[in-house]
Design a protein around this ligand. Structure first.
Ligand code: GLA
Length: 662
């Protein structure tokens, strides 16, 4: 148990009403019950997906208001939200009036839940939306020790402003206290890479005929190292010292190449398939994006430093490839900051980057020379989400610019396209992505196309058909447990839409130092939550885009991003996405089929205390004896018949791989 209790201040400071209650029938002692307002507890411990918890106000600081009814008391939060209270078996009841705050109009969709011990659901609201009448809750808490107030996002897109109005707890004795996570020790599980060579890059690579080819053989092991590639098709050449493969393939076809990496301690070998055809991005992209650390403070210099850090930290040796510039490389519509001002387009309509990005070609050359690739960001609307110039009615010209500059990835973010189309029909939602797809198809460069529209219109159902290599399935992530876990565990059901060349994207990583601006802070996820984050995103076959400042990574962060057996789960050529195969309250088992017939399995504990989690072979479609390997520790655990059970820490995971025992 790694929780500490935070006791409230003296009850006299509280919203307290007294009522006499005879607790135990037959006793002669009258007990004094006290009513505690939830908003008077230490609400700083509320975990929530966006903003800060507010006492007696909505999450945006307005008077609490649900369905036109105003409330003076209560907790204003945002899904996904979790508030855990220790009531010690001394509470009589909890009551509140819940709903989506009127500040979001008709938007938002949330479900409120009151959980008791072992996360038993004591009460659950229907799915509530902006404008709905408030729903009242009143639950008996007899015998309950731990009370959790949860709000889940219905569609998890945005505007999930959730009010627990008039929320109060009647205690028969004592006071409620609030649970908060204690600082966990950051234990590094990933073993140090061997000094002997090991090839870690993807086993398969898609390229279009005629497009410039760049693939780096990623390998760990002592340097100097020499690379060879047997069976490399005509048109490609390998730099033996760096492992960079470049050139062009003229004709479609499949090629099997044997890659070798040799140093003074030995030689590693890996079969590598090059598939020259229409499809690129056959495995999820591994890279970095500027948004979760720098946001509007990004500059070309910071992007170059990120590329240099991807090499010097050794991340490149584990297959990490893309260095992606998010919003704010463009000129801003009305910023007072001179580095965001300037001409937006030239006389021919070609986009002109802001003064922070004076030489786009120089920037991509710098990145490519290191064996890395690079990405850019735009919106189909007139402005990006940050208010910079975007691609509306300039799609072809912009795609040409990206190609000429040398970009390999485009994140295309709906943002102000809402001004052009309300987004309430499927053709309307698809149109801007079709237009940019057609524009990119005319460019002689392989540019991965990443849709970003937060999951509208069930984009997973049609993203591949419209030519997306990935599509965001959610609103923006932040570095809180409720945001990360809320998004990650909600991906179940999307697995049928993922496959080589087209993946679901539950948003970028929030490990390391993040900050969305000039000042950064260490992620607020605990170490176990970070293991959950990386394990889950690998199982989900999500693009993995590091969101931290890579020049400031500590050993723990690096260890999370350099475990080759864990990354292999993400990069498996079969391209399958994990699904939830079993759930018991807050305990979940997710499994993903791997190309070699094995299964990658995550045993997750979303609860607040360490608990045993069991993966039953029958839930995984397995029978008989199975060999189990712990992927984070890179250690065989033995052979197991029927099931595998393991103790999993609070908000943590054990990630295993399971093969039939010989
Ligand atoms: C949206 C996206 C983010 C980021 C910002 C940039 O919020 O979802 O990932 O790209 O825009 O303004």
């Amino acid at each position: 148990m790694i929780l500490k209790r935070i006791f409230p201040a003296a009850p006299c400071q509280w919203f307290v009403s007294l009522l006499a209650l005879s607790l135990f029938a037959g006793t002669t002692h009258a007990q004094t019950a006290r009513t505690y307002s939830i908003s008077a507890l230490d609400i700083s411990q509320v975990e929530q997906g966006w903003g800060e918890p507010q006492a007696n106000k909505s999450v945006e600081g307005h008077t609490l208001s649900i369905g036109g009814q105003a409330f003076t008391n209560g907790l204003g939060t945002h899904a996904a939200s979790e508030f855990i209270l220790d009531v010690g078996g001394r509470a009589a009841s909890f009551s509140a009036v819940v709903g989506v705050d009127d500040e979001v109009g008709k938007q938002g969709s949330v479900v409120f839940k009151v959980l008791g011990d072992t996360n038993q659901v004591l009460w659950e609201s229907k799915e509530l939306h902006g404008g709905d009448v408030p729903q009242a809750v009143s639950v008996s808490l007899a015998g309950v020790k731990q009370l959790t107030l949860l709000v889940d996002g219905g569609d998890n897109i945005d505007s999930d402003h959730a009010d627990w109005a008039e929320a109060q707890l009647v205690m028969t004795r004592g006071r409620p206290s609030v649970f908060s996570a204690l600082k966990e020790e950051a234990i590094i599980l990933t073993p140090k890479p061997s000094p002997k060579p090991r090839i870690n890059s993807a086993k398969v690579f898609g390229v279009r005929p005629g497009a410039p080819f760049l693939f780096t053989i990623a390998a760990t092991g002592d340097r100097p190292m020499t690379f060879t590639a047997k069976g490399l098709p005509k048109g490609l050449k390998l730099d033996k010292k760096t492992g960079h493969i470049t050139g062009t393939l003229k004709k479609p076809g499949n090629y099997t190449v044997t890659l070798r990496a040799r140093n003074k301690l030995g030689t590693a070998e890996r079969e590598f398939k090059i598939i020259c055809g229409a499809q690129i991005g056959l495995v999820p992209a591994l890279g970095w994006n500027s948004w979760n650390c720098f946001a509007s403070a990004v500059t070309a210099e910071k992007v170059k430093s990120a590329a240099a850090a991807m090499v010097s930290s050794g991340l490149i040796n584990h297959g990490w490839t893309y260095i992606n510039v998010d919003d704010f490389w463009e000129v801003h519509r009305d910023s007072k900051d001179p580095t965001l001002q300037g001409p937006q387009r030239d006389a021919d309509g070609r986009i002109i980057p802001n003064p922070r990005f004076p030489d786009m070609k120089g920037l991509t050359d710098y990145i490519h020379a290191r064996g890395l690739k690079t990405g850019l960001y735009s919106s189909p609307g007139p402005w990006t989400c940050g208010g910079c110039v975007a691609s509306w009615q300039h799609e072809e010209l912009d795609a040409q610019s990206y190609g000429q500059w040398g970009f390999d990835y485009l994140k295309y973010d709906w943002c102000s396209y809402g001004q052009i189309d309300r987004g309430d029909t499927l053709p309307g939602l698809q149109k801007p992505y079709r237009v940019m797809r057609a524009a990119l198809d005319k460019v002689n460069r392989d540019i991965l196309f990443s849709f970003c529209q937060y999951g509208m219109g069930n984009v997973w159902e049609w993203g591949a058909e419209i030519g997306g290599n990935s599509w965001r399935t959610t609103g923006d992530i932040n570095d809180s447990w409720s945001s990360m876990a809320g998004i990650g565990f909600r991906q179940n059901g999307h697995e049928k839409y993922a496959g080589p060349g087209h993946f679901n994207d539950p948003d970028m990583l929030v490990v390391g130092k993040v900050g969305w601006g000039p000042s950064l802070h260490p992620t607020r996820l605990t170490p176990n939550e970070q293991y959950t984050h990386i394990s889950l995103w690998c199982l989900l076959a999500s693009p993995l885009l590091i969101g931290c400042d890579m020049t400031q990574m500590d050993d723990f962060t690096l260890s999370l991003l350099t475990n080759d057996e864990v990354l292999e789960v993400n990069q498996d050529p079969l391209g399958r996405q994990a699904a939830r195969v079993a759930q018991n309250g807050q305990l979940e088992v997710w499994a993903k089929d791997m190309e070699d017939g094995s299964k990658a399995v995550g045993l997750f504990n979303r609860g607040y205390s360490e608990t045993s989690v069991t993966a039953n072979w029958s839930d995984l479609g397995l029978a008989g004896k199975q060999k189990v390997r712990d992927l984070w520790r890179q250690k065989d655990l033995g052979e197991f018949t029927g099931s595998f059970a393991v103790s999993v820490p609070r908000h943590g995971v054990v990630l295993i791989r399971v093969w039939p025992a010989k």
